[in-house]
Design a binder for this molecule. Structure first.
Ligand SMILES: C[S@@+](CC[C@H](N)C(=O)[O-])C[C@H]1O[C@@H](n2cnc3c(N)ncnc32)[C@H](O)[C@@H]1O
Length: 93
């Protein structure tokens, strides 16, 4: 596991919040996701390559409530932090 992932895990139930705050220094995921939605107002099927632990997947699932989403990554922690409707979101390594 990377140092970043190891340190984040130390925050336990606050991990998602801490990860979001830390990332907001570099990237606004909400803004990025909204831009994607602007560029592509509708989608039925979404393939996210390099989804990591699912932060952007979660945003996409929220912005495209009718889309089926497949999120893939080479990490063994794929989709670990995804917190959303799993009926139409699949993640795979
Ligand atoms: C900067 S992270 C972004 C993670 C996620 N999209 C997010 O924003 O939370 C880049 C991700 O790409 C993944 N990755 C790198 N090479 C890959 C490959 N060949 N196939 C799939 N995923 C890959 C890494 O494991 C990593 O999780």
């Amino acid at each position: 596991m990377t140092i970043g992932a190891t340190v984040r895990r130390l925050f336990g139930r606050h991990e998602r919040t801490v990860a979001r705050l830390y990332r907001s220094i570099f990237i606004d995921i909400g803004c990025l996701s909204s831009l994607i939605r602007e560029w592509m107002p509708q989608a039925q099927k979404i393939l996210e390559v390099g989804c990591g632990e699912g932060a952007i997947t979660e945003q996409l699932a929220r912005l495209y409530p009718n889309a089926d989403i497949m999120a893939i990554d080479i990490t063994p922690r794929v989709g670990r932090l995804f917190n959303g409707n799993q009926d139409r979101v699949q993640s795979s390594k």
